[in-house]
Write a protein that binds this ligand. Structure first.
Ligand code: SAM
Length: 280
């Protein structure tokens, strides 16, 4: 697999396999990915229609503030990548957070932030925004400390494995799973997406919650300069039906349509979904 665009033949012939997806990910560059997605306009905190403020408000307002039934001890973040924004609200409600990723480069990026090493991505504006949403007068350095304290491990994962955290043995099942832009971005097709969701279900307690954020109708995204990875296009109907078939009840489903100026040439995403589901 070389550099460049997604091979159209592979997509058309539906011959992209799980193994091929894993090969593609060898080209993932955490710094480039952060630069494509986590600076303005996609992370512009002066606008409520920017992507990141929308995601943070879903996680904070819908999940933790308005209803308040998502809590417990252990939360596993699936396919964390090099990002921590998805846990800013969760760290107030879970004391044992486990971050996971398939790639050591991403786990390393997270560990460097956890250890406060220099030259890591600057999450200050994200931390400040989360503090403002919570409105409890917490300062951003305090928030960073709370998150670092709550994160207990950063470990390998493969969502395509029936035992996704192997060889790690989980002392107890999770009360909550969080996943942002993972399943559709690592699955070659809808069948693999559904299998991956089934595999992840083994990590969650009955009555536990799955908070999933993902891309709508996306067919590729950029993971390094000039490198595109195929994404399986999904819509609300498919994500809801798949969650239900895996034994979840849908609590909330929200969709966001990308404003024109958020289309910055690093993917063809049409929108974003946020779903809160409960395992029956
Ligand atoms: N969660 C981050 C975010 O919100 O920006 C990163 C999402 S990134 C689009 C997809 C992530 O899935 C990457 O960090 C990648 O390394 C990870 N990944 C790739 N293959 C995987 C697999 N088989 N199992 C779990 N995660 C995988």
């Amino acid at each position: 697999i070389g550099r460049g665009d997604v091979p159209e033949m592979e997509r058309a012939d539906k011959e992209v396999s799980v193994a091929a997806m894993k090969e593609y990910y060898k080209q993932f560059d955490p710094r480039s990915y952060l630069r494509y997605n986590y600076i303005p306009p996609r992370a512009d905190f002066t606008r409520t229609d920017s992507i990141v403020p929308w995601k943070l408000s879903c996680l904070h307002l819908i999940v933790f503030h308005a209803i308040g039934d998502v809590h417990g001890r252990t939360l596993i973040d699936i396919g964390s990548g090099p990002t921590i924004y998805q846990l800013l609200s969760a760290c107030e409600h879970f004391s044992n957070i486990i971050m996971t990723d398939f790639l050591e480069v991403n786990r390393q990026e997270i560990r460097r932030w956890l250890h406060g090493e220099p030259d890591t991505f600057d999450w200050t504006a994200f931390l400040q925004h989360a503090c403002e949403l919570e409105g409890k007068g917490c300062s951003w350095p305090e928030k960073a400390k709370r998150l670092r304290t709550a994160i207990h491990d950063v470990i390998p994962i493969d969502v395509h494995s029936p035992n996704p955290l192997h060889p790690y043995s989980l002392p107890e099942l999770a009360d909550c799973l969080v996943s942002s832009f993972c399943l559709e971005a690592v699955s070659p097709d809808r069948t693999s997406f559904q299998k991956a969701l089934t595999n992840l279900g083994t990590l969650l307690k009955p009555n536990g919650h799955f908070l999933m954020i993902g891309a709508l109708d996306e067919s590729y995204y950029q993971v390094a300069d000039g490198v595109h990875i195929p994404v399986v296009p999904v819509d609300q109907e498919f994500v809801s039906a798949t969650l239900k078939s895996c034994g979840y009840e849908i609590c909330t489903f929200q969709c966001y349509t990308l404003p024109q100026d958020m289309k910055v040439g690093v993917d063809d995403v049409a929108g974003i979904f946020f779903v809160k589901a409960k395992k029956k």
